[in-house]
Design a protein around this ligand. Structure first.
Ligand code: BT5
Length: 245
């Protein structure tokens, strides 16, 4: 497959790089468009939550993909970006955060990054996925949320653009795996997920499931063994209940 063409637009300030790229995707913008901002006035998390970070304190970026996979698999594009950020951090400073299902980068129980994937259909009916990522580089996030930063964990100051450039380098092969070697992507995901093997509570819009996270399925959904059954969970917030024995 031909190498993707990446085009990075950089902003001193924007409302949200995800909102911007979702609008561009609706207008038919091509795969490979990337938006990065020094500061977001309305950074978004999932479910109307906020992502807050002082100017230039972290990576705030979104990437537009048009993967050749069904929309049920779009979540795996966010997984590919999360794994790429992790690999980029290893290369830059040796820090290897774990993934917490569905979309966090964590060091121990502290959140160092978060991802927001949004599917879009444009006027021609072509679909796209916008994956946003926030990584705390020099500050820990707002008080009381249990965040941490690359600087706190690794003692190294990394420029947002340096992390983005390496992330893009790392995401190229992973996007190819999404198209033609999904098992490889899922294997890396399974190995990076701190959630697997843990006692968890999954808080979903329709209720709560408690049990042991035993793995992921072919779409990256979380498999949870409860006292009575096995459940496959596709959305929700996970609370890690106890550290593994
Ligand atoms: C996420 O949501 O973790 C997804 C965050 C995605 C942010 C990126 S930045 C670039 C792109 N443009 C956007 O507008 N968004 C994306 P969620 O799992 O819902 O977590 C949100 C929660 O994380 C908040 O309610 C806070 O508790 C916490 N939080 C907010 N800012 C944080 C920070 N800087 N560090 C750690 N935790 C934070």
């Amino acid at each position: 497959m031909a190498a993707r063409v990446w085009r990075i637009e950089e902003f001193v300030e924007i409302d949200s790089t995800n909102s911007y790229l979702v609008a561009r995707a609706r207008d038919g913008a091509p795969e490979g468009l990337v938006a990065r901002a020094d500061f977001q006035t309305a950074g978004r998390g999932r479910l109307d939550r906020r992502w807050e970070a002082p100017p230039r304190s972290g990576l705030l970026a979104s990437l537009l993909f048009r993967p050749g996979v069904a929309s049920e698999q779009h979540y795996l594009a966010a997984v590919a970006v999360a794994l790429s950020a992790r690999a980029a951090l290893v290369r830059l400073c040796g820090l290897r955060p774990d993934l917490k299902w569905p979309n966090d980068l964590v060091v121990g129980d502290r959140k160092v990054g978060g991802l927001l994937g949004e599917s879009v259909v444009d006027a021609q009916g072509r679909d796209a996925v916008v994956v946003g990522i926030g990584v705390n580089l020099t500050t820990d996030g707002p008080p009381g949320v249990g965040g941490t930063s690359v600087f706190r964990e690794a003692g190294v100051t990394i420029e947002p653009r340096a992390l983005l450039d390496l992330l893009i380098d790392e995401v190229e092969p992973r996007l190819s795996w999404l198209d033609d070697d999904r098992d490889r992507l899922l294997a890396e995901f399974g190995g990076a997920l701190a959630t697997v093997g843990r006692a968890v509570r999954v808080e979903m819009p329709g209720g709560t499931v408690e049990g042991t996270a035993t793995g992921i399925d072919g779409g990256g959904r979380l498999i949870v063994r409860t006292e009575s059954e096995e459940r496959v969970v596709s959305v929700g917030d996970v609370v890690h209940l106890r550290t593994p024995a």
